[in-house]
Design a protein around this ligand. Structure first.
Ligand code: NAD
Length: 496
């Protein structure tokens, strides 16, 4: 086992003085990879103070120079793509290909951050009144904080700090305590790319370290990704402390299957989106809504799912990895047991074992049908490789069902009908829609636009919305006198 994981404060990787540490385990083998400290109050405050001090220099670094840092960073991330993915797989359990995807989707955001100057352009109107011009700038906020979940330990930190920092802010990251090694590796490469001391800080820990960020007067904005109860707490506490907050939370994503869709392609896509990453994705498909005759395909899904096996990350045959922790697995198994009383279980993965990995948190693909919308398994985000099937007669019924769900992260429709697709995308009350795409996570020139109970805030992650989130608009109204001749005092608010 390596030494305890360091914090990253004021440009130094430094061992914490904390008495509280958590073992970071490989969830397939239970090997102890490191111990993560829960930063002391003094350490968190020191990180914030360093970020605040650095901000006053960093905000004056011209955007093209900030872009060049991100270009160098992107190159290093690409060079070390596989090393990062390996660390990620070890601590998170994802299979290697999926980990590489996790890192890649983060690299794509850094690519956007590398071209920040055009995104920072303000607006201009000449001659808004006679002899008067107006224009606006986007200026950074100060120190921003980020709190990230376990399920994308590379992509989600990279949603946040590259955009915030390229906008001229400094950043304090509090990664998930369950897989904190990947974020440290991201920070090491950021230093190697030339990031000035203090621009990025990492404090490890859990609830207490998050609460320090939420209440500290020098933190201007908070980006959070995680579960619903914590997201609500973060949004309420952060805004109560007069901070700007964006909080991305849990989900229950539906795929609507029309009978005119390509059968085999639809079945393949449902299986991948439901059990990939052991269902531990906020955009996983957890409910398939079969319209009309498409319900006959449920047997194909059962057959296809039964051929997918979880396994360790190093094995290219592993369809997906373990559940992140013992507690998380117990929760998933508990929900499968509840489901057996509420619906028909066609495939039960609760008794799954993997050769040579007796202690892994394995759950096999699990399939329920005859699911009702008032059941616990429908109302709860399971976050495991579990798919629920619901059958309806019409597209309108499917739409009404999806729209009645309190979450609104992602959805998709599989069909060959342009009019069905058009009706669905227009009327569905969900922020990210896939048409024959099962997991429609937008690329970073768009934004990640979850709705309803899946998002608390106004401006979303990455893309133009992130630039708005991480900046303040300054509007200038300007006049230059041609002579010094008095025209008398203007006692009105009218520009003249
Ligand atoms: P989590 O809410 O348990 O943890 C997220 C972060 O909050 C971690 O850094 C954790 O240390 C911190 N935290 C945990 N409990 C806290 C508390 N009581 N007070 C303050 N901070 C606390 O989430 P998780 O289990 O790591 O991640 C899975 C969840 O994240 C799922 O619900 C998933 O849907 C959601 N998620 C959402 C999106 C999205 O974009 N909407 C993306 C990825 C994951």
């Amino acid at each position: 086992m390596s030494e305890n994981l360091p914090l990253f404060i004021d440009g130094e990787f430094t061992q914490s003085k904390s008495d509280t540490h958590l073992e970071v385990l490989n969830p397939a083998s239970q090997e102890i990879l490191t111990k993560v400290p829960f930063a002391t109050e003094e350490e968190s405050n020191r990180a914030i103070a360093s970020a605040e001090k650095t901000f006053h220099d960093w905000k004056d670094v011209p955007p093209p120079e900030r872009s060049r840092l991100m270009i160098a960073y992107q190159n290093l991330l690409k060079k070390h793509h596989e090393d990062i993915a390996e660390t990620l797989s070890k601590e998170n359990g994802k299979n290697f290909e999926d980990s590489k995807g996790d890192v890649w989707r983060g690299i794509e955001v850094v690519e956007q951050a590398s071209n920040i100057a055009p995104l920072l352009m303000g607006e201009t109107v000449g001659n808004v009144a006679r002899g008067i011009d107006a224009y606006s700038y986007l200026q950074p906020l100060g120190v921003c904080g980020g709190i990230t979940p376990f399920n994308f330990p590379a992509m989600i930190p990279l949603w946040m700090f590259p955009m915030a920092i390229s906008c001229g802010n400094t950043f304090v990251l509090k990664p998930s305590e369950q897989d904190p090694m990947t974020p440290n590796l991201l920070a090491e490469l950021f230093v190697e790319a030339g990031a000035p001391k203090g621009v990025l800080q990492i404090i490890h820990g859990g609830k207490d370290q998050v609460n320090t960020l939420l209440t500290h007067p020098d933190i201007q904005a908070i980006s959070f990704v995680g579960s619903v109860p914590v997201g609500q707490h973060v949004y309420k506490t952060g805004t109560d402390h007069l901070k700007r907050v964006q909080a991305f939370a849990g989900a229950k994503n539906h795929m609507v299957v029309m009978p005119d869709a390509h059968r085999d392609r639809t079945v393949d896509n449902i299986i991948g989106a439901a059990v990939g990453a052991a269902g531990q994705r906020c955009m996983a498909i957890s409910v398939a809504v079969f319209v009309g005759e498409s319900k006959e395909w449920i047997d194909d899904i059962k057959e296809g799912m039964s051929k997918v096996s979880p396994g360790p990350w190093e094995n290219p045959e592993s369809g997906y990895g373990p559940i992140i922790s013992k507690q998380a697995k117990e929760r998933v198994i508990g929900l499968i047991e509840t489901g057996k009383k509420e619906a028909t279980c066609l495939l039960d993965g609760s008794d799954c074992t993997v050769k040579d990995y007796p202690d892994g948190h394995w759950v096999g693909p699990t399939l329920f049908t005859d699911v009702t919308t008032d059941s616990t398994i429908y109302k709860t985000e399971i976050f495991g490789p579990v798919l629920l099937c619901i059958c309806v007669d019409t597209l309108q019924e499917a739409l009404d069902l999806v729209n009645a769900n309190p979450y609104g992260n992602g959805t998709s429709i599989f069909t060959n009908s342009g009019s069905a697709a058009r009706k669905y995308r227009h009327e569905v009350e969900v922020g990210q829609v896939g048409i024959n795409i099962p997991i429609p996570v937008p690329l970073p020139f768009f934004s990640f636009t979850g709705w309803k109970g899946s998002f608390y805030g106004d401006l979303h992650a990455y893309g133009k919305q992130a630039v708005r989130f991480y900046t303040e608009t300054k509007t200038v109204t300007e006049r230059w006198f041609e002579d010094g001749k008095s025209e008398g005092a203007n006692l009105t608010i009218k520009l003249k």
